[in-house]
Design a protein around this ligand. Sequence first.
Ligand code: P1T
Length: 505
Amino acid sequence: MTSHTDNGATDPKFFDLKDLPHIVRPLDRRDKVETDILNVIGNTPLVKLERIPKEEGVQCDVYAKCEFLNPGGSVKDRIAYRMVADAEHKGVLVPGKSVIIEPTSGNTGIGLALAAAVKGYRCIIVLPEKMSDEKVNTLRALGAEIVRTPTEAASSDPDSNINVAKRLAKEIPNAVVLDQYNNPCNPLAHYDGTAEEILWAMDDHLDMLVIGAGTGGTISGTALKIKERCPSCVVVGVDPLGSILAQPHDVNKTDVTYYEVEGIGYDFIPATLDRAVVDRWVKTDDVHTFNMSRRLIKEEGLLCGGSSGSAMWAAMQAAKSLKAGQKCVVILPDNIRNYMTKFISDQWMEARNFKPLIKHETLWWWDKPLLEEMVQRPAVTVSSDSSPRDAIAALRNTHAPMLFIIDQNKSIKGVFTADNVRRRVTNLSGNTSETLDKFTVKKYYKVDLAQKPTLGLISRILDMTPFVAVVKTDDTPLKLEQPVGVVTSDDLLINTIEVNHVNGK
Ligand code: P1T
C-alpha cells in the first residue's frame, strides 16, 4: 500500500492493519471498580459543542472527542498501553528486567511512564527541549528518567531525540525502544479503539473527521476504520506551518521552521502515517491555534492543550462546507496541565504577539516605547568560536546578566547565561570543555527596537524571566539582528518610577 505523491517520491509503506491481531474493548464499559489505572484508558466522552461552531458560522453539529480525559492526559495513553501489551505478549518486554526507552514529544512518554509505573519497568524518555516543563515534571513524578535533546536538531541529526534514543538503547542493557514512529500498534490502537468509540457514538454515521498529525497514528488508524464503515466521511488532516507532513514529499526541499505547538508536525514522514486516508489537509499557525485552545477552555469548558486548538481551528475552516444536520468529529488530543506556564499564561501569549498586550490605564508609562537610550546595560558580546570558559569569565568580569553570542557578521546566534550553563552541567551532564554551541540558548525572551516594543510589554515579559534581551533588526535585505543590550526589572523601575518621582507625579 505504498502511496506516491505529486513529485513521484514514495512515502514509507503503511501497515495492513486488518491483518493484525485486534483487541476491541467493550464500549460504554462502566465497571464499578477498575483493576488498575491502565484499564481506564480509552472510552473517552464525545461532547457536542454549542458555542464556538455557532460563532464561527458553522451549520453542522460538531463533536469533540475528549482524549485529554485519558488518565495520563492524552490520546497517546492508548498507543503506549497497546505497544507495551503487544511487546509483553511477544516476550520482547519482560517486567522487572526490560528498560523502556522512547523518543517522544512527551505525551507518548507520559503514557509509557504510566504503564511502566503500574507494571514495574525502568523508563527513559528522550524529548526535545521545546517540550514543556510540565510534561517533564509529570514524567519525573511517574518515575521516568529524562534525556532532553536540542529542539533544532533535525530528525536525521545524531543529536535528535530519535537518534539519541537509538544510541541509548545500544548502550543500556535490556533496553527496548517500542518506537511509535514504526510500530503498527500505534495506528492499531486507534483502529480498534478510538474509531470504534466514535462509530458507536455516531451510530456509524459521520460526515467529517478532523485530526492533527504527529506520528500520524491517530489519523491513520481512526480514519481507516471509519472509512471502512462510513466511506463518505471526509478526513481532514491538520499540520502546522513549518512541518512537511501535508506537503508532497520531496526530500530535497523542506520548509521546516519553528512553531510553538507541541505534538503535531514533523520534518519527515513517519511509517505510521498513511497519507492516502487523508482527503484534505489544513495548515495551522500558532496564533489561531492557541487562541482557539483558549476559547475551547473558556467557552466550552474543555480543559485541553495546544494541538486541540489547531484541530478545532482547522475543523472550523473545513466544516463550513457541511450543512445543518451533518456531523463533524474533532479530536482534542491532550490536556491543559501540559501548558500551565505556556499558552495558558497571558504573559507567554503576549510576549509572542499571539494576543494583544493587556491594558493598564493607571500606569502612565505602560504604552510608551522602549527607547535605545533607556537601555542602560549595553550588550556584552562573545564570538561563537569562543570557549564556554571564556564566556563564563566574560560574564564574571562584566557583571552582565547575559552575553550575546555573535558570528563574524556580528549577527546574533543566541545568548549565553550562567543559569543555562548550570542547568546543562547539573541536569544534562554537560561539561564546560564542550563547544560554546552546546551552551547557546536559541529561544530566549527578546524585544526588537525596530518593532517599537512598549514598556508594558517589557514588564509582562519580566513577569516570566529576570531579563529581556534588546535587539535591533537592520534595514539590509538580510534583516540581520544586532545586539543592543539587556533590560531588567530595576532598569524598568529607573525609567518609570524614578522619572515619575522627578516629575513630581
Ligand atoms: O502522533 P499522532 O497520533 O499523530 O498524534 C499527534 C499529537 C497531537 N497532539 C498532541 C498533543 C500530541 O502529543 C500528539 C503526538 N504526540 C507524540 C508523538 C508524542 O510523542 O507524544
